[in-house]
Unconditional design. Sequence first.
Length: 210
Amino acid sequence: MPGQVEERRADVLRVPERGSGQPRRLESAEEGFVVQREASVHLGNLVPSYHAAVKAMHPGGCVWQRHPPPPLRVHIARRAGAPQIVRMPLVLLVEDNVDTRGMYATFFGSEGFRVLEAADGLQALSQLAGEKPDLILLDLGLPRLNGVQVLRMIRQQPRLADLPVVVISGQLDLLNAAEDIAADVVCPKPCEPADLMRVVRAVLDRGHAH
């Protein structure tokens, strides 16, 4: 019925009067934005959290090396009357295969991660000279500098020595070398994005718990 439709539309534009519990009609779009902002303040404590680390988990045949990894750096802005803001983890993805890199980057981006990309070892070191990521996903069979060389250089730099590194590779000899240089987790290829995500969340969650 036309009258009922108009009544429902009007109800959408009504909010309770302060302290009265009675609805009132919004007078302008600007007032609507104010109401929306006030609602956001009240809901600001509902922030995303990461999945708890799975006990004794070895997803995708990955081998855990270092226990525990360093803490996840999560910065929460706390201001009176403002919602909490959580900085999402930053991952450096080092993979020379364009399709594989794109697949992982898209998947991690859809899960709320920020992703930096590097196609070879030198690009990886260049990215690390800027913002320090929370974790590195490192392929080992890289051009220019391979992943083992990159990992060795990371462990030798005080600023980066504690950085969690998840190694992914199909080359057994390089995987063994990565274990010797203290990669946090070693994952043989092929490694599905969902399996890799579980590994990454577990590394970050375990570090955040310490």
